[in-house]
Design a protein around this ligand. Structure first.
Ligand SMILES: Cc1cc2nc3c(=O)[nH]c(=O)nc-3n(C[C@H](O)[C@H](O)[C@H](O)COP(=O)(O)OP(=O)(O)OC[C@H]3O[C@@H](n4cnc5c(N)ncnc54)[C@H](O)[C@@H]3O)c2cc1C
Length: 473
C-alpha cells in the first residue's frame, strides 16, 4: 500500500519505518527544510550545532531503544551514570545527587531517595512514600484517574509535604512538560515515577552522540528509502482533499517559490503534524465529528531552548542537571555530555527555559540577560568575581507551540491513532499512548499508526499479514 505521511518529526519517521517493515510504501512530506520537528537541529556559521530542544533519552523508552537497535545505531546513545542531579537554590553552586545503585527496582530508586540527605527530611520521605502507595499498588488505572487533579492538588490530597513539591516536583514537572505543578496533570509525573519504580534502568539517562537530525532522523530516512519509500522536505501540506463521502482523496501540497501546488494520492494518509497544525488543516466536513472536535481540547505549550558558548569550562559534569531555578528547567554542558559537541577547553551550556509563557515574546537579549543572572547562582565560581567567564556567543530557539499542554483533564482529549475516516490516521506524541509528549511517545504513536494501517491492509487483503511488535518495557 502507498501511504502519504505529513510531517517528518519522530512520529512521522517512525510510522514510515514500520510501514516499510510491513511491506508498504510510505511517502513522507515535511513542510520545513529540516528533518525532526521538535528534535530538529541546525549548524551555525562556525559549524556549531544548535537544537530545538535539549533531549534526554531514558532507559524507560523501550520503543525508542528498539528502533535504534533495528537501525543498528544503538551505540549512538551515550549512557550516563545512573544518577539524578539537582542544584540547590539555597546553596549556590552546590549539587545534590540521587545516586541509583545497581540493584533491582524499585529498591534502587528507594535507596537513592533514602541516601540523599540534602533535599528531604526523614519525615518528608516517609510521608511521600505513603502518598505514593496508591499509585504503586493500584497501578496505571489509578494514575490515569488522577488526570482530574493538578499535581499540586494531588500532593495536597495525599498529605505530602510542600517541601517535596518545591524540592522535587517543580523541577520534575518543568522538565517533563514545561509547566509548573499547579498547572500540570498529576497523571504525568505519576506515570514517569511508575516507570522509574518498575524498571531497574528506567531512570537512567542517555544523550545522543550528535545532532538528532543527522544521528537519529537521517538513518530512519536512509532505512525507508532503501526499501522503496520516499521522504521529501519543503513539501507543506496545504489541504486535505476529500471525496464526497468525506474520505481522503489526496494531500494538496503547497508549491514553494512560484511552483504549482501538487496533489499526492495514496491508499492511506497520516497526519504526523502537531495537533495545532492538524486543527488548522482540519477539513470543514470533519469539524462536526466528535473525534475531531476533541482536538480542540489540546494545544501546544511554549518552550525556549538556549545555547550559551563560554570562553572556558564551567563544569565537568557529564549528566543532565535540574536547575531548580525560577526561569530555567534542565540543562547540560554539551561540550561534556555529547561527543560531537565536545570541547576540552570551553563549555557550551544547553538549557531549557520553562515555563516560557511570559518569555516567548521577549527579545533574545532580554532572555539571555535574565538567564545569565540565574547562571550566576548555578556557577558562582565562574560567573561572579573579578574574572568571570565570558559569554562568547548564544543562540535562542523559541517554540511557541511544542508538545501538547499536559494540564488536568487532557487525557480525555488525546485521540487514538485510528480515526473515524477509514483511510486517515493520526501519529504524534499528543495522540493516545502511554509515554506522554516525549520522543518515546512520538515513536510509539508512529508505530501504532503503522500497525493500524497494516492491519487494515491485511483486512482488505492487499498484503500478507506481518505483525509489528510494540515494546512495553
Ligand atoms: C525544548 C524541548 C525539549 C524536549 N526534551 C525532551 C526530552 O528530553 N526527552 C523526550 O523524550 N522528549 C523531549 N521533548 C519532546 C519531544 O521532542 C517531542 O515529544 C517529539 O519530538 C514530538 O515528535 P512528533 O513527531 O510527535 O511531533 P513534531 O516533532 O512536532 O513533528 C511534527 C512535524 O510536522 C511538520 N509539519 C508541520 N506542519 C506541516 C505541514 N503543513 N505539512 C507537512 N509537515 C508539517 C513539522 O515541521 C514537524 O517536522 C522536548 C521537546 C522540546 C521542544
Amino acid at each position: 500500500m502507498r501511504v502519504a505521511i505529513a510531517g517528518a518529526g519522530l512520529a512521522g519517521l517512525a510510522c514510515a519505518k514500520y510501514l516499510s517493515d510491513a511491506g508498504h510504501t510510505p511517502i513522507v512530506l515535511e513542510s520545513r527544510d529540516v528533518l525532526g520537528g521538535l528534535v530538529a537541529a541546525w549548524k551555525d556559521a562556525d559549524g556549531d550545532w544548535y537544537e530545538t530542544g535539549l533531549h534526554a533519552f531514558f532507559g524507560a523508552y523501550p520503543n525508542m531503544l528498539q528502533l535504534l537497535k533495528e537501525l543498528g545505531i544503538e551505540d549512538r546513545l551515550q549512557w550516563k551514570q545512573h544518577t539524578l542531579i539537582f542544584n540547590q537554590p539555597e546553596k549556590p553552586g552546590v549539587l545534590s545527587r540521587f545516586d541509583v545503585p545497581d540493584i533491582p527496582a524499585p529498591f534502587n530508586v528507594i535507596m537513592s531517595i533514602i541516601r540523599n540527605n540534602d533535599m528531604l527530611t526523614w519525615e518528608q520521605k516517609i510521608r511521600f512514600a505513603i502518598g505514593l502507595l496508591p499509585a504503586i499498588v493500584r497501578g496505571q488505572k489509578y494514575v490515569e484517574d488522577m488526570d482530574q487533579y493538578s499535581l499540586l492538588e494531588w500532593l495536597q490530597r495525599q498529605g505530602i509535604d510542600e517541601r517535596v513539591n518545591s524540592d522535587i516536583f517543580i523541577a520534575a514537572s518543568k522538565a517533563l512538560t514545561f509547566i509548573n505543578p499547579e498547572d500540570v496533570s498529576a497523571t504525568i509525573p505519576l506515570t514517569a515515577l511508575n516507570r522509574f519504580l518498575q524498571e531497574r534502568y528506567g531512570s537512567k539517562i542517555a544523550f545522543l552522540d550528535g545532532s538528532p537530525t543527522e544521528r537519529l532522523c537521517q538513518p530512519i530516512v536512509d532505512y525507508v528509502e532503501a526499501r522503496g519509500g520516499e521522504v521529501h522536505l519543503r513539501k507543506p501540506l496545504k489541504q486535505i482533499l476529500l471525496t464526497p463521502e468525506g474520505m481522503v482523496k489526496g494531500f494538496l501540497i503547497r508549491g514553494l517559490e512560484g511552483a504549482e501546488d501538487q496533489v499526492i494520492t495514496a491508499d492511506a494518509y497520516v497526519s504526523a503534524m502537531s495537533v495545532d497544525v492538524m486543527k488548522v488543516l482540519m477539513p470543514p466536513a470533519w469539524q462536526s465529528i466528535e473525534f475531531f472536535q476533541k482536538l480542540e481540547g489540546l494545544e501546544g505549550v511554549p518552550v525556549i531552548n538556549l545555547h550559551l558558548w563560554f570562553d572556558r569550562k564551567l563544569t565537568d559534569i557529564d549528566q543532565l542537571l535540574f536547575s531548580r531555578s525560577e526561569l530555567l528547567s534542565v540543562y547540560a554542558d554539551m561540550s561534556v555530555t555529547c561527543k560531537e559537541y565536545a570541547d576540552p577547553d570551553r563549555s557550551m551550556l544547553e538549557l531549557v527555559l520553562a515555563p516560557a509563557k511570559n518569555w516567548i515574546d521577549k527579545s533574545d537579549e532580554e532572555i539571555i540577560a535574565a538567564t545569565m543572572e540565574e547562571l550566576k547562582r548555578l556557577f558562582p565560581n565562574h560567573l561572579t568575581g573579578d574574572n568571570p567567564a565570558r559569554l562568547r556567543k548564544y543562540k535562542v530557539v523559541k517554540t511557541p507551540r511544542s508538545v501538547y499542554t499536559a494540564s488536568p483533564g487532557r487525557q480525555a482529549y488525546r485521540p487514538d491513532q485510528v480515526t473515524p475516516i477509514g483511510n486517515f490516521f493520526l501519529a504524534g506524541s499528543y495522540t493516545m499512548q502511554r509515554y506522554l509528549g516525549s520522543m518515546e511517545g512520538a515513536v510509539l504513536s508512529g508505530k501504532l499508526a503503522a500497525q493500524a494501517i497494516a492491519d487494515r491492509a491485511n483486512h482488505l487483503g492487499s498484503s500478507p499479514p506481518r505483525p509489528l511488535e510494540v515494546a512495553t518495557s
